[in-house]
Design a protein around this ligand. Structure first.
Ligand code: SAM
Length: 354
């Protein structure tokens, strides 16, 4: 297998391509990308046909890739009356069995128009995989079909252990009516995507204290309160009334760049819209001073050199933490609920030991 398909946010194909090329090369796999603007995906082809990207790189390590799979083939002329027969013929030639399958499209308007077709194919595909001996509940891999049009689809596979559990890498989250803003979903996705289950249990416990910088109207604070944390919301803007009355939130009307907690807290989250390097420096200050042990924050990206900017910010943060002797895990992802931004999570080892 020497080509992979990577799903990204439409408009971020260049960032996705630059990142996979760089990360693969660092691990000894050189190759090239094909990326069409606003297509919502990129393909990466290794110069070495025997290269195994899945063995050397984890999906979590990639910022701009939501989901990925290794490509068997692009089938371009699928007969509209029977798309599955050529797909099954291709699968019979492959060495894999599948525990499950995803029928996907890129996350674009064209993709949305193909969703009905994808849903209609699910049942017949399931029974044909079964009949063909390709379905095996204990298999390690998942089958991926990515429809680009009614008659063209990429077919491939991904290891369950190194791919997203969500179709197209998009978690289906619903904003409850009571949430003050849709941003609540961004923090929820960040918590789900950037922390493993055991980390959520260990580091995000009821009764913990959090500071929310740039909190209004309160979607992120609401998310933390749902998890039974106590929140200090720092923002000059108005917070949702119900949050103020909840007994779990105190608002401080102050500049988030100047505010300093009177006592150290477990968490600090930050959704302030400002220059990425300025926000990164603020995050580093909190962690280095021990004002918080963990943080999740957003970096709003500039119009140009977005990947470069993210890399510089993450390097700056990493270097400052190392210099201060802080052992931290830094993860970064462009979430489905992120627009022109990425979300970063930092968990410190000090807390990991507790
Ligand atoms: C994107 S909104 C935050 C939305 C919020 N996370 C939510 O879930 O509802 C950005 C907020 O940052 C606040 N903000 C901007 N600059 C700030 C600063 N220097 N200090 C504190 N808050 C700031 C704005 O008032 C605004 O409410």
């Amino acid at each position: 297998m020497s080509s992979w398909l990577l799903y990204c946010r439409a408009g971020f194909e260049n960032e996705c391509a630059a990142e996979i090329q760089g990360e693969a090369l660092q691990r000894g796999i050189s190759g090239y990308c094909k990326a069409r603007a606003d297509s919502g995906y990129v393909t990466f082809t290794s110069h070495d046909p025997g290269a195994d990207l899945f063995a050397v790189l984890a999906l979590e390590d990639l910022i701009f890739t939501r989901q990925w799979f290794a490509i068997y083939a692009l089938l371009n002329d699928l007969p509209l009356a029977d798309r599955l027969t050529p797909i099954l013929r291709l699968l019979q030639q492959q060495p894999h069995q599948y525990a499950e399958f995803f029928i996907e499209t890129p996350d674009t308007n064209t993709g949305k128009e193909l969703q009905k077709l994808c849903r209609a194919l699910a049942r017949p595909l399931e029974s044909q995989l079964d009949a063909g001996g390709l379905y095996q509940a204990k298999a390690d891999d998942r089958l991926h079909l990515c429809f680009l049009s009614t008659h063209a689809a990429y077919v491939g596979y991904a290891p369950l252990a190194n791919s997203s559990i969500w179709l197209m890498g998009i978690p289906r989250l619903r904003a409850p009516r009571q949430a003050p803003s849709r941003s609540a979903l961004k923090l929820e996705e960040g918590i789900l995507r950037l922390m493993f289950e055991d980390e959520r249990e260990q580091f995000l416990r009821p009764g913990m204290k959090a500071v929310d910088l740039g909190a209004a109207p309160g979607g992120w604070s609401w998310q933390l309160i749902q998890r039974h944390l106590f929140v200090i919301a720092v923002d000059n803007g108005p917070m949702q009334e119900e949050l103020l009355e909840s007994g779990q939130l105190e608002q401080i009307r102050e500049d988030g760049f100047r505010y300093q907690p009177s006592k150290n807290v477990d968490w600090m989250v930050c959704d302030i819209v400002d220059k990425p390097k300025k926000v990164t420096a603020l995050m580093a200050r909190w962690l280095v001073n021990g004002w918080c042990r963990h943080t999740i924050f957003n970096l709003k990206l500039p119009m140009k050199k977005r990947y470069q900017e993210v890399q510089q910010c993450l390097t700056m943060l990493h270097d400052e933490l190392i210099a201060a002797g802080i052992d931290a895990t830094i993860r970064c992802k462009q979430l489905y609920h992120d627009r022109e931004e990425v979300t970063v999570c930092v968990l410190t080892a000090d807390a990991a030991g507790k």
